[in-house]
Write a protein that binds this ligand. Structure first.
Ligand code: ADP
Ligand code: MG
Length: 256
């Protein structure tokens, strides 16, 4: 079983320390949620796991399948089986969703077997059709240019479809912090629910406290000022929905 192990992670943006010793382990088959107020470093965690160059790891480790993934390029992390969804995905005009997915999928197959000739097109089409049916997506979506003119919800759908096609072992999904994006959250949640199982570990990062209306994480973590300060089960998210973050701030006032 694969697990993503984050140990004592400290991350700077420029000279400013944002993550201040974060520990978290996510196993295949588990759904975790990190929730926390704006500005606590949730997206910093996602970008750092992705390997974004603006985020400097000053201390700590991130291990996956016995490797320190912080030493790997973003594409290598992906080929190892980690899927990182972008909060603001870029558009690639001229490249269709289907083309993009086939290229990504074949790169991942070649990482496993250097002689792999790629998934035969009929097999790819069949797989894509099945995944789109599973996610209740219109088949025409596959022929559109990736994220080009996509609505927020469509971008989320494109990410979830990527996740379905690439079948990662661990997926990290960073949500937008805007309360207007309830639709996008619902799309992500439905996708995660449809794809979850013993093969997939998920970390959903969100500001949105009503997450539990849509998704059922087994583990809920509260992040404050660059650290995870509370961990628990789904009841912790319910508590947040009722009480907001004030009690967490009060409880951990001394460290903020
Ligand atoms: P969250 O996703 O929890 O809202 P972020 O990880 O986006 O939090 O941001 C954490 C902190 O880092 C915030 O205080 C924010 O102001 C700061 N920050 C984010 N991006 C930059 C940047 N490019 N330069 C300096 N500080 C930044
Ligand atoms: Mg964020």
């Amino acid at each position: 079983m694969s697990e993503l192990i984050i140990k004592n992670l400290h991350v700077n943006i420029g000279d400013k320390e944002i993550l201040k010793g974060l520990d978290l382990t996510i196993k295949q088959g588990e759904i975790h949620a990190i929730m926390g107020p704006n500005g606590t470093g949730k997206s910093t965690l996602a970008y750092t796991l992705m390997g974004h160059p603006n985020y400097t790891v000053t201390q700590g480790e991130v291990h996956f399948k016995g490797r320190n993934i912080l030493e790997l390029e973003p594409d290598e992390r992906s080929r190892e089986g980690i899927f990182l969804a972008f909060q603001y995905p870029v558009a690639i005009p001229g490249v269709t969703v289907a083309n993009f997915l086939r290229t990504a999928l074949n790169a991942r197959r070649r990482a496993v077997n250097a002689d792999d000739k790629g998934m035969p097109i009929p097999e790819f089409r069949k797989m894509l059709k099945e995944k789109m049916e599973l996610l209740k997506m219109d088949q025409a979506f596959a022929g559109r240019y990736l994220n080009d003119g996509f609505s927020g919800g469509e971008k989320k759908r494109a990410e979830i479809l990527q996740m379905a096609a690439l079948r990662p072992e661990i997926a990290v999904l960073d949500e937008t912090d805007s309360g207007l994006d309830i639709d996008a959250l619902r799309i992500v949640a439905e996708g995660v629910n449809a794809l979850s199982g013993p093969e997939l570990g998920v970390l959903v990062i969100t500001h949105y406290q009503r997450l539990l209306n849509y998704i059922k994480p087994q583990f809920v973590h509260i992040m404050l000022d660059g650290r995870i300060v509370e961990s628990g089960g789904p009841d912790l998210a319910l508590h947040l929905e009722e009480q907001g973050y004030d009690w967490v701030r009060e409880k951990y006032e001394e460290i903020v």
